[in-house]
Ligand binder design. Structure first.
Ligand code: NAD
Length: 474
């Protein structure tokens, strides 16, 4: 029986391995992590991540051919295929700080694989990594395990989106397998991984290619997706200035079959652990390879995103008579998108920091984010583009006194001067806004950073409404 081990039981490692186990009952899958609390949660009734449909998939094979363990080394030792799905965050200090990917976790995983292996292995890059990382991994593996075992490195980047991970994994647009097709060992490794995915993915959706193309394709896909959002967000500023409606413009533009309708929703800005990190990584790679113009092009995608978040805060403050000091503002939604509890790089952090900086009192509600997580995020340091050598800490003491966490959207808005929607949770479309209006200070402001509410209906109730890229209040 083939044994697969995955190092890293996070948002990618957990769901992807659960899907492999679910689709391949004859393969033993073990997911390992250095975080014992994460492993305990995977083995409990409350999984460490919220993802629609994931509970059912995990429950159906956990304890049968899917296992979660913190005994990292012993499971890696005798596996045939080792996926590495550890975090690859942006470096915060040293060379390339603020842009380059931090490969510390990857390197330590690779050294451990070399040390403990008792058989030949296929090592699969599941994490998103800089182009040519496979070469570095190969050096670490072969130099630390000289002549004992054969290691074939494959790149198999993950394209799932949080919130729809289970559906994305069950029916992926494509699966990329990058490897050394010019060697016999490489061809065998590619075939072995292809055979795993071929159990449920159509053959024409499994693309094999060279290692560098696969590594770069992942960065390119995220850069292009984020670029679409920044493009439509840049257009939203123009729409507001001209009295146009960004939803109508995006609909019209998306009808062009060369452009298509997806990823054209204007918003307060993109978040998540990947888009910004992967573009910064691309910027760094371009700069290191003597391509400053290309680097600047991609940097703009992140800068427009920062501008959009700052623009939103400015709009809130200027609409509310140029100050939010001492005013209560309800924040509806803190996760970076709906259907996830993930808050990494969420636009809500920057918006809240901006409002707290003007001395607002915040009452925050999100259906999936815990109070502890919100407080941790708001106390976090923030990268400063203008002074890239610095990380600017927000003030945790100010934040804790100015922040309350509410148990629902009604409680958050009670006594508030304004509501800001920062995550597009479906429940925000169906709230009783008449009731919310009645409980608020007047004039009652509504700032929709996700274009989820019916602007006309809210204006009829009496709200003063701002919705990103929409004509302003008459
Ligand atoms: P994560 O932080 O949720 O999970 C990573 C896990 O790896 C953590 O639980 C950590 O404890 C563990 N880990 C780190 N070093 C380890 C080691 N030496 N041994 C064992 N465990 C170790 O990260 P994630 O969101 O799952 O992302 C993982 C990778 O996948 C990143 O490179 C990311 O860019 C990429 N990716 C993420 C997404 C996404 O939507 N989150 C989508 C596609 C690709």
């Amino acid at each position: 029986m083939v044994k697969i081990c995955c190092i890293g039981a996070g948002y990618v490692g957990g769901p992807t391995m659960a899907m492999i186990a679910y689709k391949c009952p004859d393969i033993q899958v073990v997911v390992v992590d250095i975080s014992a609390s994460r492993i305990n949660a995977w083995n409990s009734d409350r999984l460490p991540i919220f993802e629609p449909g994931l509970d059912d998939v995990v429950r159906s094979c956990r304890g049968v051919n899917l296992h979660f363990s913190s005994d990292v080394e012993s499971h890696v030792a005798d596996s045939d295929i080792v996926f590495v799905s550890v975090n690859t965050p942006t470096k915060t200090r040293g060379l390339g700080a603020g842009k380059a990917a931090d490969l510390t976790y990857w390197e330590s995983a690779a050294r451990m694989i070399a040390d403990v292996s008792t058989s030949d292995k296929i090592v699969v890059e599941k994490s998103t990594v800089p182009v040519t990382t496979a070469e570095a991994i190969e050096k670490i593996l072969t130099h630390n395990n000289p002549g004992k075992h054969d290691f074939q490195i494959l790149s198999n980047p993950e394209f799932l989106a949080e919130g729809t991970a289970v559906a994305d994994l069950a029916s992926p647009d494509r699966v990329l397998i990058g490897g050394r097709g010019d060697t016999e060992g490489g061809r065998k490794a590619i075939a072995a991984l292809k055979a795993v995915y071929a159990r449920w993915v159509l053959e024409d959706r499994i693309l094999t290619m060279n290692l560098w193309s696969a590594e770069l394709s992942k960065l390119a896909a995220n850069a292009l997706l984020a670029q679409r959002i920044s493009s439509v967000n840049a257009m939203s500023a123009l729409c507001e200035a001209m009295g146009a409606n960004v939803s109508e413009v995006a609909y019209a533009v998306g009808k062009d079959s060369r452009i298509g309708p997806k990823f054209l929703s204007a918003s307060v800005g993109f978040g998540g652990s990947c888009f910004q990190k992967d573009i910064l990584n691309l910027v760094y790679i371009c700069e290191c390879n003597g391509l400053p113009e290309v680097a600047n092009y991609w940097k703009q995608v992140v800068q427009i995103n920062d501008y959009q978040k700052a623009r939103f805060v400015q709009r809130v403050v200027s609409s509310m008579f140029n100050t939010v000091s001492g005013k209560r503002i309800a924040i509806s939604g803190f996760a970076f998108k709906k259907d996830t509890g993930d808050t990494r790089e969420t636009a809500a952090i920057d918006v809240c920091h901006g409002l707290l900086g003007d001395k607002a009192q915040l009452s925050i509600y999100d259906p999936q984010v815990t109070e502890e997580q919100m407080r941790r995020d708001l106390a976090m340091a923030k990268f400063d583009w203008d002074h890239p050598q610095h990380l600017v800490p927000s003030s945790p003491t100010a934040a804790s006194g100015q922040v309350a966490v509410a148990w629902d959207a009604y409680a958050a808005a009670k006594g508030a001067h304004a509501v800001c929607v920062l995550t597009e949770w479906d429940e925000f479309k169906k709230l009783d806004y008449q009731r919310i209006y009645e409980g608020m200070e007047k004039p009652a402001f509504f700032f929709d950073g996700r274009n989820v509410v019916d602007v006309d209906a809210l204006r009829k109730i009496g709200f003063i409404v701002y919705s990103v890229g929409k004509p302003l209040d008459p």
